[in-house]
Design a protein around this ligand. Structure first.
Ligand code: GLP
Length: 263
């Protein structure tokens, strides 16, 4: 696992954007795994800024897969995760709508929604680069503490903590759905490169537990320790709890140029 401690959230966004762009330049038909929530938003804004400035790659052949989706929102609700990705990333970058996938939360199809999403992922050849955020309780996508470390896409019930954390996107906490569809931890592990973005002090404990704590379903993001290619980008607030911070900084500052994005 590579942990890159940076200072400002803007530096995190810039480096994350470099990594995404490099992936898309190398493989224009990249399968990009995308996260919602606030963590990746600055990265998305940066990608869009570069795309509009004409310095970014073309995204016309990219396919995106969202990590998760709320169940029970009215059709077209602005808080739906596919709608969010279309609005905040895919449309501005020119990813065609039909190449923007998300688990299908239609009520009648829920029993098979997980399996169908797994099939879609497999048919697309799997995710090349998966962008991830982390919940304050260590959740990854919507895999709450206690989720099977081998889980696949399925329906989950949100914890009170996650509903509270996400209430800021809704008028009222009662509007936050209780159920979601989410890629499992095993599904996420299948992506070829995982890119975790964490900023702000509220994430410091979860980041430390995920990166340096024991591998446990009590901190779902600790499953990252089982993946062979993980990049963790943190700002100074989110890196505060890391015991090996000095080492990560040393590694980053002495990294050979050819190993850096764009190198
Ligand atoms: C949300 C999402 C996750 C996200 C996490 C953190 O509920 N399902 O994909 O990474 O919780 O959210 P935020 O980045 O807003 O703190």
């Amino acid at each position: 696992m590579e942990v890159v401690p940076l200072h400002e959230p803007a530096e995190v966004a810039a480096l994350a954007a470099d990594i995404v762009e490099e992936q898309v330049r190398r493989r224009p038909a990249t399968v990009l795994g995308v996260a919602t929530g606030s963590s990746p938003m600055a990265t998305y804004t940066e990608l869009i800024r570069r795309h509009r400035a004409g310095t970014g790659p073309s995204y016309g052949d990219v396919t995106t897969f969202t990590l998760d989706e709320y169940v029970g929102l009215p059709d077209g609700d602005p808080q739906g995760y596919r709608t969010t990705i279309l609005r905040e990333l895919a449309c501005p970058l020119g990813v065609p709508q039909q190449q923007v996938a998300a688990p299908d939360p239609t009520a009648s199809g829920l029993p098979t929604a997980g399996e169908r999403y797994e099939d879609l992922l497999a048919n697309a050849g799997g995710v090349d680069l998966q962008i991830l955020g982390i919940g304050a309780n260590g959740h990854l996508a919507f895999n709450e503490p206690g989720s099977s470390l081998a889980s696949r896409t399925r329906i989950k019930t949100l914890t009170a903590k996650t509903r509270q954390d996400n209430a800021r996107f809704f008028h009222d906490i009662e509007d936050v759905p209780r159920h979601v569809l989410t890629q499992g931890l095993g599904t996420i592990l299948d992506a070829r490169h995982l890119l975790l973005i964490a900023t702000g002090h509220a994430k410091a404990r979860a980041v430390a537990a995920a990166v340096e704590g024991p591998l446990t379903a009590s901190c779902p993001a600790s499953i990252l320790q089982m993946h062979r290619r993980v990049t963790v980008l943190v700002d100074s607030a989110a890196s505060r709890g890391l015991a090996r911070l000095a080492y990560y900084l040393d590694v980053w500052h002495h990294k050979p140029d050819w190993q850096r994005p764009g190198g």
